[in-house]
Write a protein that binds this ligand. Structure first.
Ligand code: TXA
Ligand code: MG
Length: 322
């Protein structure tokens, strides 16, 4: 059974020992909890896929503690470097060509010649990477296909019997996974909207991000995004103007939604209509709504800009037929 250890210097040192010994540890980042392992140890990486029940053709993000550490793994083009300098540490993942002598296990990259790298802002994540002395690959610490965890108890609910240790750093601040960008021939492509708004990236790049067109099989996207993901048990209905009896309402903003008095439950992602607050609450409320829903989950309209892009992306996956 997994031990939940509140964050302390001793707990982080212990977690680093566990990682160096080739085992997995769940730890907080500013986005969601990650399930971390020594990126250079193929057996340790295999233990991640095993614990999550995740297909091993879906590559992992390598977490580093400095830009210099990233440069030892991958080759930066000028745009990617500008983005790293502007937004690291933070919820931005860059997909870049690997250095010829990159020590990351090929199991972590699923055999690709690119590597996704991220410098997290959460002090526990950074202290853990420094203490372990190796890059840490970490997918979200949930069973494959489930909603990503934003607290240690979410991780425990999914993985308690499958991993030895969970570092408990409370609720994560951003609440949705990192934004993933890949620069190809001088053009930045958005592979996954996430905790860093596209508008902020575009302001630094000085050009619009390229998004994958629906139905374009050659579009560069993150492989894991092909799957119907973030699956609650309940049916999810988006852009709902009213709630049906038996549904749980995920509301947004101060506006009253007709039918909410007869709903099986009401959660407001942000009563003031703040998209940051809504992102931070999204996965917890989706889990709680799923537990209460009788006929489904109705989601009120959410504006598609700023963090609304990532929120709607995750909700559309939750609503996808399966
Ligand atoms: O915020 C986050 O990014 C969290 C925290 C723990 O850091 N991690 C996370 O990891 O969301 P994961 O494994 O759940 O999602 C990583 C995504 C997957 O969709 C994967 O396919 C994509 O990144 N990815 C990884 N390496 C890639 C590569 N070389 N090229 C394209 N996509 C890649
Ligand atoms: Mg995930």
């Amino acid at each position: 059974m997994a031990r939940i250890e509140p964050v302390s210097a001793a707990a982080i040192a212990h977690a680093a020992d566990v990682i160096r010994a080739g085992q997995v540890v769940a730890f907080p980042t500013e986005t969601v909890y990650g399930l971390g392992a020594d990126a250079t140890n193929g057996r340790a990486v295999a233990a991640i896929y095993e614990a999550k029940g995740r297909p091993s053709f879906n590559p992992l993000i390598a977490h580093v503690a400095s830009l210099a550490a990233a440069e030892a793994l991958v080759e930066f083009d000028p745009i990617s470097r500008r983005l790293a300098e502007a937004f690291w540490p933070g919820p931005l993942t860059l997909v870049l060509p690997m250095q010829p002598d990159c020590p990351i296990s090929s199991l972590a990259t699923a055999g690709l010649d690119t590597l996704a790298v991220r410098l997290p802002a959460h002090p526990v994540a950074r202290d853990l990477i420094v203490a372990a002395g190796v890059p840490i690959v970490a997918p979200s610490a949930n069973v494959s296909g489930h909603v990503s965890p934003t607290s240690a108890s979410h991780v425990f609910g999914d993985l308690a019997r499958r991993i030895p240790l969970i570092l408990d750093g409370g609720h994560t601040e951003v609440g949705v996974e990192s934004t993933i960008v890949q620069v190809r021939e001088g053009t930045a492509h958005l592979l996954r909207p996430g905790g860093l708004a596209s508008e902020e990236l575009e302001a630094v790049i000085g050009a619009p991000l390229q998004r994958a067109e629906a139905g374009d099989p050659t579009a560069p996207i993150a492989p894991g995004m092909l799957l119907s993901h973030y699956a609650p048990k309940a049916r999810v209905r988006l852009h709902a103007r009213a709630v049906d009896p038996g549904e749980v309402l995920l509301a947004f903003g101060p506006r009253h939604v007709p039918g909410d008095a007869d709903a099986a439950g009401v959660f407001n992602l942000s009563p003031t209509g703040d998209l940051r607050e809504a992102a931070a609450n999204l996965f917890r409320m989706l889990r709680e709504a799923d537990a209460l829903a009788i006929t489904g989950i109705a989601v009120a309209p959410i504006p598609p800009h700023d963090l609304g892009e990532a929120i709607l992306d995750r909700l559309e996956r939750a609503a996808a037929p399966r």
